[in-house]
Design a protein around this ligand. Structure first.
Ligand code: HEM
Length: 413
């Protein structure tokens, strides 16, 4: 017999906004599924791993876009991240996932490394610079190159960067801003410039031979009868990939390097383990929320249509039921058979089930290469006295303060 979950009564927004981490950890004392009112939205907060995995494995058609993504969808349109119309999502997702899958993603490796190395050559020795910004100056061209290759130039990168900044400002889940309709002018202007650039590139490509980059593969699918793609949706997928594909990696690499900088003994660890441990302590997607569009039956509860479900990943990833010494930065946790990682299923930084991150293999390749190459080439000091935390209401859980650092070349030290 299933029931609607119960929890503390009254709007919990103020407590949530005061400190989301503490809020969600305290809430867990009420049970594995806890009902709260978050600013008028009835929300079931989920801590039970079976429930969480079951929703994404078997119950996709019960979920939809959460309110917090409404503003983002002004930029991404019908792109797969914000698209819950499964009839169009499925065929488009299939087209995008193919070139980015584990066996194919290596085709992008050499171009990625060329961009990374070119930028690292320009990192200034002995001067103070912001690590986060410097990494973002790499991840943005890397994801843009994945889409546009030969059509990319500095002007285009500037247009993309301005649009991305505007999207972030507009789409951030500022709890005090409930206006989801009236776009700021600066946002619309930046989007118009981005749309003009993408439209021009699509128009320039030969439909019979549109190129091997991701944009080309999407354009090639326009004529396929079951692909459900047209020019507008190719644009939507391109904007989606740019957005989903750069700040996430930037945040992950910035946290990873900041952590190593503060724990120099970890600098010789496997870069992949450093990346995973940073994903655990500072998951770029730290909270997942979804609208419930059909009654959602869980192990002991039913979440009614009209509610939202919320998964506080960053609380789960610091739970000592699942991770030994959860607050410590221990890259060796990710070595095979490490006793420090107790429950593998408790870690899903790229989500789980068929809607998991389509760029996962690309992201891991990029973050591992970036971290590995920076550590090979440089010694560095993080200058801020305290490590950054994540920004809880931003689109991505990126560092909440500047990340100044100074570099020394490895050979010189
Ligand atoms: C460390 C880096 C990254 C992390 C932690 C990450 C995490 C995630 C997560 C958790 C989701 C699911 C969001 C949801 O539905 O609630 C997602 C979706 C997505 N990600 Fe990533 N991501 C990363 C990098 C990338 C990259 C590099 C790309 C593209 C090249 C990318 C493209 C996408 C797309 C298109 C989706 C939507 C998939 C769909 O809904 O079908 N991501 N990502």
């Amino acid at each position: 017999m299933t029931t609607i979950p119960t929890g503390p009564t009254g709007d919990q927004s103020a407590l949530f906004e005061a400190d989301p981490f503490v809020f969600f950890r305290d809430l867990q004392k009420h049970g594995d599924v806890v009902a709260i009112d978050l600013g008028g939205i009835q929300t079931a907060v989920l801590y039970d791993l079976d429930d969480i995995h079951r929703i994404f494995a078997d119950k996709l058609d019960h979920i939809g876009r959460a309110a917090v993504f409404t503003r983002l969808s002004h930029a991404t349109g019908t792109g797969i991240l914000t698209n819950y119309d499964w009839d169009t999502w499925h065929p488009r997702r299939r087209r995008i996932v193919k070139p980015l899958g584990a066996r194919k993603v290596g085709q992008f490796h050499d171009r990625m490394i060329a961009i990374i190395e070119e930028h690292l050559d320009g990192w200034p020795l002995g001067e103070t610079f912001d690590l986060y910004d410097a990494i973002r100056n790499i991840t943005l061209p890397v994801v843009a190159d994945l889409l546009f290759t030969e059509d990319l130039n500095q002007d285009a990168i500037d247009i993309i960067e301005r649009a991305v900044d505007e999207i972030h400002t507009w789409a951030e889940s500022d709890p005090t801003n409930t206006d989801v309709e009236n776009e700021p002018k600066s946002f619309r202007n930046a989007m118009d410039a981005l749309d003009a650039f993408i439209g021009e590139v699509i128009g320039k490509r030969d439909p019979d031979s549109p190129g091997d980059d991701l944009l080309g593969l999407l354009i090639a699918a326009i004529d396929e009868p079951d692909a459900r793609l047209d020019r507008q949706s190719v644009r939507d997928e391109a904007v989606t990939l740019i957005l989903a594909g750069h700040e996430t990696v930037t945040a992950n690499v910035a946290f990873a390097l900041d952590l190593v900088g503060r724990h120099p003994d970890t600098g010789t660890a496997d870069p992949r383990h450093i990346v995973d441990e940073a994903l655990r302590l500072h998951p770029p997607v730290h909270i997942t929320s979804k609208a419930v569009v059909k009654d959602l039956e869980l192990t002991d509860n039913v979440i009614p249509a009209g509610w939202e479900v919320l998964i506080p990943e960053y609380v789960l990833y610091r739970d000592e039921q699942y991770f030994e010494r959860p607050d410590e930065f221990l890259p060796e946790r990710w070595e095979e058979d490490s006793p420090l990682h107790l429950v593998p299923r408790a870690f899903f930084p790229f989500l789980t089930g068929p809607k998991f991150c389509v760029g996962r293999h690309f992201a891991i390749m990029e973050a591992t290469e970036l971290v590995g190459r920076v550590l090979d080439r440089f010694d560095y000091d993080m200058l801020h006295p305290t490590p950054p935390e994540g920004r809880p209401f931003a689109l991505t859980f990126a560092p909440d303060r500047p990340t100044p650092c100074t570099l020394r070349s490895k050979e010189a030290s």
